[in-house]
Design a protein around this ligand. Structure first.
Ligand SMILES: [Zn+2]
Length: 136
C-alpha cells in the first residue's frame, strides 16, 4: 500500500518533560490566561507554546507583516500581530501610500508596503519615484 505524503498542518516542538509543571503553573496565571483567551489559544501546554512562539516570531522575524495580494487599485497586507488584513491604497495626487486602517501615509503598514516589490513595482511603472529599499 502506497503511503501518500501529506503535509501535516502543524510542526512538532518537543520540550523537556521536566518543564511540564512550569507550563501548568503558567497556565494558572490570570494575566497569561487572559492573553491566551484574547488570542484564541487553548488553555493547554500546546496553546501556551503556540502563543509564546507566535510572539517570538512577531518580534524577531519578518512574520509580523506579510504581503497578501496586489490589486488594480490597492494592495492587501496581513498584520499578524493584530491578526488583520490591511488595505493600502496609492494616493495618486500626493504619490504616497495610504493605510485605510490607520488613516495614515506614514504608519508601520505603509513602511512595510514600501518594501514589497509586488506593491511598488506597478507604481514605478506609473511613474512613481520609489526608494530602492525593496526587499526581494
Ligand atoms: Zn497602518
Amino acid at each position: 500500500m502506497a503511503k501518500t505524503k501529506e503535509k501535516k498542518p502543524y510542526l512538532t516542538v518537543n520540550l523537556p518533560r521536566e518543564w511540564g509543571p512550569y507550563l501548568e503553573e503558567a497556565l494558572l496565571n490570570p494575566e497569561i490566561r487572559k492573553k491566551l483567551e484574547i488570542g484564541e489559544f487553548t488553555m493547554t501546554s500546546s496553546g501556551l507554546g503556540n502563543w509564546v512562539i507566535r510572539e517570538f516570531l512577531i518580534h524577531n522575524t519578518s512574520f509580523h507583516y506579510q504581503h497578501f495580494n496586489t490589486y488594480d487599485d490597492h494592495a492587501t497586507i496581513i498584520d499578524n500581530k493584530i491578526r488583520r488584513m490591511i488595505d493600502i491604497y496609492p494616493k495618486e495626487e500626493i504619490k504616497e501610500l495610504w493605510c485605510e486602517y490607520c488613516d495614515s501615509t506614514n504608519c508601520e503598514h505603509v513602511k512595510f508596503a514600501r518594501t514589497v516589490p509586488k506593491i511598488m513595482e506597478p507604481l514605478e511603472k506609473k511613474g512613481w519615484r520609489t526608494s530602492k529599499n525593496l526587499i526581494e
